[in-house]
Design a binder for this molecule. Sequence first.
Ligand code: IMP
Ligand code: MG
Length: 176
Amino acid sequence: MAHKLTPFITAEQIAERNITLGKEITESYKDSEEPLVCICVLKGAFLFFSDIIRCIDRPIEVDFVRLASYGTATSRGEDIVFSKDLEISIEGKDVLVIEDIVDTGHSMDFLLHVLRGRNPKSLKICSLIDKHERREKKVSVDFAGFELSDGFIVGYGLDYAERYRELDGIYELSTE
Ligand code: IMP
Ligand code: MG
Protein backbone atom coordinates (compact mmCIF):
# COMPACT_ATOMS: atom_id res chain seq x y z
CA MET A 1 0.00 0.00 0.00
CA ALA A 2 1.40 3.38 -1.01
CA HIS A 3 1.71 6.15 1.55
CA LYS A 4 0.30 9.58 0.92
CA LEU A 5 1.94 12.49 2.76
CA THR A 6 -0.13 15.64 3.17
CA PRO A 7 1.68 18.77 4.41
CA PHE A 8 0.53 19.62 7.94
CA ILE A 9 3.11 21.88 9.60
CA THR A 10 5.87 23.51 7.56
CA ALA A 11 9.51 23.80 8.60
CA GLU A 12 9.02 27.58 8.86
CA GLN A 13 6.04 27.20 11.21
CA ILE A 14 8.04 24.80 13.38
CA ALA A 15 11.01 27.16 13.53
CA GLU A 16 8.76 30.09 14.51
CA ARG A 17 6.97 28.07 17.17
CA ASN A 18 10.28 26.83 18.60
CA ILE A 19 11.41 30.42 19.14
CA THR A 20 8.28 31.37 21.13
CA LEU A 21 8.30 28.07 23.04
CA GLY A 22 11.98 28.57 23.88
CA LYS A 23 11.18 32.03 25.27
CA GLU A 24 8.35 30.59 27.41
CA ILE A 25 10.71 27.94 28.79
CA THR A 26 13.47 30.48 29.44
CA GLU A 27 10.99 32.73 31.28
CA SER A 28 9.66 29.87 33.37
CA TYR A 29 13.12 29.03 34.80
CA LYS A 30 14.40 32.60 35.14
CA ASP A 31 14.63 32.45 38.96
CA SER A 32 16.96 29.46 38.97
CA GLU A 33 20.70 29.70 38.43
CA GLU A 34 21.41 26.00 38.25
CA PRO A 35 21.55 24.33 34.82
CA LEU A 36 18.25 22.95 33.54
CA VAL A 37 18.55 19.24 32.70
CA CYS A 38 16.94 18.71 29.28
CA ILE A 39 16.10 15.07 28.60
CA CYS A 40 15.54 13.95 25.01
CA VAL A 41 13.20 11.00 24.59
CA LEU A 42 14.69 9.02 21.69
CA LYS A 43 14.22 8.53 18.90
CA GLY A 44 11.26 10.69 17.88
CA ALA A 45 12.28 13.88 19.69
CA PHE A 46 15.83 14.08 18.35
CA LEU A 47 15.31 16.88 15.82
CA PHE A 48 12.89 18.88 17.98
CA PHE A 49 15.30 18.49 20.91
CA SER A 50 18.29 19.76 18.94
CA ASP A 51 16.31 22.82 17.83
CA ILE A 52 14.47 23.69 21.05
CA ILE A 53 17.56 23.52 23.31
CA ARG A 54 19.14 26.20 21.10
CA CYS A 55 16.07 28.41 21.70
CA ILE A 56 16.40 28.18 25.51
CA ASP A 57 18.48 31.07 26.79
CA ARG A 58 20.01 29.72 29.99
CA PRO A 59 22.59 27.11 31.09
CA ILE A 60 21.43 23.56 30.39
CA GLU A 61 22.71 19.99 30.58
CA VAL A 62 21.53 17.39 28.06
CA ASP A 63 20.87 13.69 28.41
CA PHE A 64 18.96 11.01 26.54
CA VAL A 65 16.55 8.18 27.34
CA ARG A 66 14.90 5.61 25.15
CA LEU A 67 11.80 3.68 26.09
CA ALA A 68 10.80 0.32 24.72
CA SER A 69 7.31 -1.09 24.95
CA TYR A 70 6.79 -4.82 24.97
CA GLY A 71 3.04 -4.55 25.39
CA THR A 72 0.54 -5.67 22.78
CA ALA A 73 -2.04 -3.22 21.47
CA THR A 74 -4.42 -4.18 24.27
CA SER A 75 -1.95 -4.24 27.18
CA ARG A 76 -0.45 -0.96 26.03
CA GLY A 77 1.65 0.82 28.57
CA GLU A 78 1.95 -2.13 30.90
CA ASP A 79 5.39 -3.27 29.87
CA ILE A 80 7.41 -0.16 29.24
CA VAL A 81 11.11 -0.29 30.11
CA PHE A 82 14.17 1.90 29.55
CA SER A 83 16.23 0.60 26.68
CA LYS A 84 18.60 3.47 27.38
CA ASP A 85 18.74 5.18 30.77
CA LEU A 86 20.05 8.61 31.77
CA GLU A 87 23.76 8.97 32.40
CA ILE A 88 23.62 12.01 34.68
CA SER A 89 22.02 12.36 38.12
CA ILE A 90 18.87 14.50 38.27
CA GLU A 91 18.65 14.63 42.06
CA GLY A 92 17.86 18.16 43.25
CA LYS A 93 17.84 19.52 39.69
CA ASP A 94 15.26 21.21 37.47
CA VAL A 95 14.36 18.69 34.79
CA LEU A 96 12.58 19.22 31.48
CA VAL A 97 11.56 16.13 29.52
CA ILE A 98 11.45 16.82 25.79
CA GLU A 99 9.21 14.44 23.85
CA ASP A 100 7.87 14.26 20.29
CA ILE A 101 4.22 13.39 20.99
CA VAL A 102 2.20 12.78 24.13
CA ASP A 103 -0.73 10.68 22.92
CA THR A 104 -2.44 8.25 25.36
CA GLY A 105 0.12 9.38 27.93
CA HIS A 106 1.22 5.85 28.89
CA SER A 107 4.89 6.36 27.93
CA MET A 108 5.14 9.74 29.64
CA ASP A 109 3.32 8.48 32.73
CA PHE A 110 5.91 5.70 33.05
CA LEU A 111 8.82 8.06 32.47
CA LEU A 112 7.58 10.64 34.98
CA HIS A 113 7.05 7.94 37.58
CA VAL A 114 10.65 6.71 37.24
CA LEU A 115 12.13 10.21 37.15
CA ARG A 116 10.14 11.39 40.19
CA GLY A 117 11.66 8.52 42.14
CA ARG A 118 15.08 10.10 41.56
CA ASN A 119 14.09 13.26 43.47
CA PRO A 120 14.50 16.08 40.96
CA LYS A 121 13.83 19.60 42.24
CA SER A 122 11.19 20.07 39.55
CA LEU A 123 9.94 18.03 36.61
CA LYS A 124 8.17 19.46 33.56
CA ILE A 125 7.22 18.25 30.09
CA CYS A 126 7.78 19.89 26.73
CA SER A 127 6.21 18.09 23.78
CA LEU A 128 6.28 19.03 20.11
CA ILE A 129 2.75 17.65 19.69
CA ASP A 130 0.04 17.29 22.32
CA LYS A 131 -2.70 14.84 21.28
CA HIS A 132 -4.61 15.64 24.47
CA GLU A 133 -7.99 14.36 23.27
CA ARG A 134 -6.62 10.81 23.20
CA ARG A 135 -5.23 10.90 26.73
CA GLU A 136 -5.81 7.81 28.90
CA LYS A 137 -3.36 8.70 31.69
CA LYS A 138 -3.49 11.96 33.59
CA VAL A 139 -0.46 13.65 32.05
CA SER A 140 -0.42 17.36 31.28
CA VAL A 141 2.09 18.94 28.94
CA ASP A 142 3.65 22.12 30.37
CA PHE A 143 5.03 23.40 27.05
CA ALA A 144 3.30 22.18 23.88
CA GLY A 145 4.40 23.07 20.36
CA PHE A 146 1.20 22.15 18.53
CA GLU A 147 -2.07 20.46 19.42
CA LEU A 148 -3.55 17.68 17.32
CA SER A 149 -6.86 15.88 17.85
CA ASP A 150 -6.38 12.83 15.66
CA GLY A 151 -4.51 11.54 12.64
CA PHE A 152 -1.05 10.03 12.27
CA ILE A 153 1.82 12.35 11.49
CA VAL A 154 5.42 11.84 10.33
CA GLY A 155 8.49 13.96 9.67
CA TYR A 156 10.76 16.20 11.79
CA GLY A 157 11.84 13.15 13.79
CA LEU A 158 8.49 11.35 13.80
CA ASP A 159 8.34 8.01 12.04
CA TYR A 160 6.08 5.39 10.61
CA ALA A 161 7.99 2.08 10.90
CA GLU A 162 11.28 4.05 11.10
CA ARG A 163 10.59 5.99 7.91
CA TYR A 164 10.19 9.71 7.23
CA ARG A 165 12.14 10.97 10.29
CA GLU A 166 14.41 13.06 8.07
CA LEU A 167 11.67 15.28 6.58
CA ASP A 168 12.00 18.90 7.70
CA GLY A 169 8.25 19.51 7.95
CA ILE A 170 5.43 17.48 9.50
CA TYR A 171 3.03 15.54 7.26
CA GLU A 172 -0.18 13.67 7.81
CA LEU A 173 0.21 10.06 6.70
CA SER A 174 -2.56 8.16 4.94
CA THR A 175 -2.66 5.10 2.72
CA GLU A 176 -4.04 5.05 -0.77
P1 IMP B 1 1.65 7.33 24.19
O1 IMP B 1 2.25 6.39 25.19
O2 IMP B 1 0.36 6.83 23.61
O3 IMP B 1 1.49 8.74 24.72
O4 IMP B 1 2.64 7.28 22.99
C1 IMP B 1 3.33 8.33 22.56
C2 IMP B 1 4.33 7.87 21.53
O5 IMP B 1 3.68 7.23 20.42
C3 IMP B 1 5.02 9.08 20.96
O6 IMP B 1 6.17 9.41 21.70
C4 IMP B 1 5.32 8.64 19.54
O7 IMP B 1 6.57 7.98 19.54
C5 IMP B 1 4.23 7.68 19.20
N1 IMP B 1 3.17 8.34 18.40
C6 IMP B 1 1.91 8.69 18.79
N2 IMP B 1 1.24 9.30 17.80
C7 IMP B 1 2.11 9.36 16.75
C8 IMP B 1 2.00 9.92 15.41
O8 IMP B 1 0.99 10.49 14.97
N3 IMP B 1 3.12 9.79 14.63
C9 IMP B 1 4.28 9.21 15.06
N4 IMP B 1 4.40 8.68 16.30
C10 IMP B 1 3.33 8.76 17.13
MG1 MG C 1 8.21 8.85 21.37
